[in-house]
Write a protein that binds this ligand. Structure first.
Ligand code: GLU
Length: 376
């Protein structure tokens, strides 16, 4: 057994992200045969005793035709939201029919970044998904496009799929797209580009090679897929990028065949809660710390004390997620802060023992407790 099939044979729960191009035709309609093909392969996993959570795109692409917005991406955000509102029900109906054909029930979950950034809602979403899985229903997740504005957007469904992987504690993320995997150069412009079957760790050079725009449908591109693989890797989870347009590649890839690209997880992974702090929350500001604090945080896993803080940027409340940066501004960590920016401006540079005398009260000795701090 090679290492690929060894990793994949241990997978009990997986997230399958399906891109717009896998689900829709260039000229807008839903590709019902494509959806049926994916459903058939997913049903195969379920019959093998695996649990599958789907993250789907395609609502905007499925709805824009009905709104008379063919041949172009909807231009304005409200147009895109309107197209998603029309397309989401069509998309779900297609999944429902395709899975019913296989004897399985589907469930729809529409999420926003703000939902997952709220710990209570995050845990509620997790409990709902667990219950659906216990009932052998297939949770199908999309971004709640009609209500999102930049502030609460995941940005793209590749990112959403990585956050869902952490939400549900999956052991594998599969990203289905319309190219065969990760190439060492852009295969659309460089005929010498070669498919990379295995990636041990994602380098900056790879991130640069993946830059560039996506397609006319969907918002993702190879760069967003790499970013998703990296985030999943930090949860200790492997990612497969495979061509979802071609036959039974999904089933073959998960069975261990050499198709697509497998990204190995990082050896040292973050706990689910620390992953949530580092990747699901949006930082509200930053603190710059002196060299001494920098080295004890990075090397010894200690808490950040007020004495180490030299600058506070941005306005944030107690409990917010903030970037932790070295003196030159380079970010090396993120954490949940125990004092608001106003309080922090008054206590920074002082010893913990002086907090009460300065503020008149004290929440804790630390500015960021080590349990709430992630070194990136
Ligand atoms: N949520 C969007 C849709 O369903 C897709 C976003 C993406 O493709 O990344 O159409």
């Amino acid at each position: 057994m090679n290492s690929r099939s060894q990793i994949l044979s241990k997978v009990r729960r997986l997230v399958v992200k399906i891109g717009s191009r896998v689900l829709t035709w260039e000229d807008n309609g839903l590709d019902l045969q494509g959806i049926a093909r994916v459903a058939e392969q997913v049903a195969g996993f379920l019959r093998d005793g695996r649990e599958v959570i789907i993250v789907t795109s395609g609502a905007v692409a499925a709805g824009r035709g009905a709104l008379g917005l063919q041949n172009s991406r909807p231009r304005t955000i409200p147009q895109k939201q309107a197209a998603a509102a029309v397309g989401q029900t069509r998309l779900m109906r297609a999944y429902e029919d395709a899975f019913a054909e296989q004897g399985f029930t589907t469930a729809q979950l529409l999420l926003t970044q703000a939902d997952l950034a709220d710990r209570t809602r995050f845990l509620n979403a997790r409990a709902t998904i667990e219950t659906l899985l216990e009932c052998s229903a297939v949770p199908i997740i999309n971004e709640n496009d009609t209500v999102v504005v930049d502030e609460i957007k995941f940005g793209d469904n590749d990112n959403l799929s990585a956050l869902v992987t952490n939400l549900v504690d999956a052991q594998l993320l599969v990203i289905l797209t319309d190219i065969d995997g990760f190439y060492d150069a852009d295969p659309r412009s460089n005929p010498a580009a070669r498919l990379v079957p295995l990636v041990r760790s994602i380098t900056r050079a790879m991130e640069r090679a993946a830059g560039g725009a996506g397609s006319a449908v969907g918002t993702g591109c190879m760069a967003t897929k790499l970013a998703a693989a990296k985030k999943a890797g930090k949860s200790g989870v492997a990612t497969l990028i495979v061509n979802g347009k071609a036959g039974s590649t999904l089933a073959r890839a998960v069975a261990g065949d050499e198709v697509g690209t497998l990204f190995l997880p990082e050896r040292e992974s973050l706990t689910s809660r620390k992953h949530w702090i580092a990747y699901t929350l949006r930082p509200r500001g930053r603190v710059l710390v002196d060299d001494g604090a920098c080295s004890v945080l990075r090397q010894h896993g200690r808490s950040l004390l007020p004495s180490g803080v030299i600058t506070v940027d941005g306005e944030f409340e107690r409990g917010a997620c903030v970037r932790v940066c070295s003196q030159d501004g380079a970010e090396f960590g993120r954490g949940l802060i125990d004092y608001s920016s106003r309080e922090l401006e008054r206590i920074m540079g002082h010893r913990s023992g002086d907090i009460e005398a300065i503020l008149g009260y004290r929440y804790s000795d630390e500015v960021i407790h080590r349990d709430n701090l992630v070194i990136l």
